[in-house]
Design a binder for this molecule. Structure first.
Ligand code: HEC
Length: 209
């Protein structure tokens, strides 16, 4: 192979520096021009429904309103679980390095030997979907598709004996699961929980009106 000609090497390097210098100058000039003609900062634009959809993922607790389209089976859920959950929650949700078993303990919620699991604690089925979609896997939250969340929910409900092994869950079938602890909570009767939400022309905080 021919060795590179030293002088042409140097001159091409020089040329590159010159070009780089020129573009830095161009950049400074154009930034200066942009700064002069740019509109003054404003408060921004109204958020669109489309933008909001990325945040609007909550499931309303008592009736599971807000569950998305999609579905998943117990079998598919086991695959999702083994890949994305077992490292922290243990094989078969038996409990792992950071969290105990996620099934069993039904009836223990009201005793002093509480075993807090999906089956023993959650009063409504939509809570599981909401929680997993929002927060799990803890090291990669919101990385699962809706179908995968349905599937892993089906798997966990199955481990809690709440759906059969061949169950396929979607918005309707998931919301119809009757949770064993559905009567284990009372409605919050503290006065501030009953305050009507004000969205417009609201009275100042702490005023009695
Ligand atoms: C990196 C570790 C980690 C991974 C991976 C992970 N989790 Fe969790 N998970 C946690 C921790 C820690 C908690 C407890 C959080 C708390 O109590 O605030 C938790 C709590 C939960 C709970 C609540 C348990 C209960 O009894 O109420 C559920 C349900 C859950 N995880 C499901 C999942 C599913 C499904 C996956 C896989 C898609 C998953 N997790 C992956 C760490 C993890």
């Amino acid at each position: 192979m021919q060795s590179p000609n030293k002088s042409s090497y140097i001159s091409s390097k020089l040329l590159r520096y010159t070009l780089a210098g020129a573009s830095v100058i161009t950049l400074i000039v154009s930034v200066g021009v942009a700064a002069q003609s740019a509109p003054m900062p404003k408060y921004g634009e109204p958020v669109t429904e489309e933008d909001l959809a990325n945040w609007n993922i909550d499931i309303r607790t008592p009736d599971s309103a807000g569950l998305p389209a999609g579905s998943g089976s117990v079998d598919e859920g086991k695959v999702v679980y083994d890949n994305s959950c077992a490292s922290c929650h243990g094989a078969n949700a038996d409990g792992g390095p950071v969290y105990g078993a996620m099934y069993g303990g039904v009836g223990s919620f009201m005793t002093d030997k509480r075993k807090l699991t999906i089956g023993s604690m959650y009063p409504f089925p939509g809570i599981l979907f909401d929680y997993v979609k929002r927060a799990m896997p803890m090291d990669a939250a919101q990385s699962l598709t809706d179908d995968e969340v349905y599937a892993v929910s089906a798997y966990l409900f199955h481990l809690n004996d709440l759906v059969p092994a061949d169950a396929v869950l979607d918005a309707k079938s998931l919301s119809e699961i009757e949770m064993p602890n559905r009567d284990g909570f009372i409605v919050d009767d503290r006065p501030d929980a009953a305050v009507e939400r004000c969205m417009k022309d609201c009275p100042p905080i702490n005023s009695s009106s």
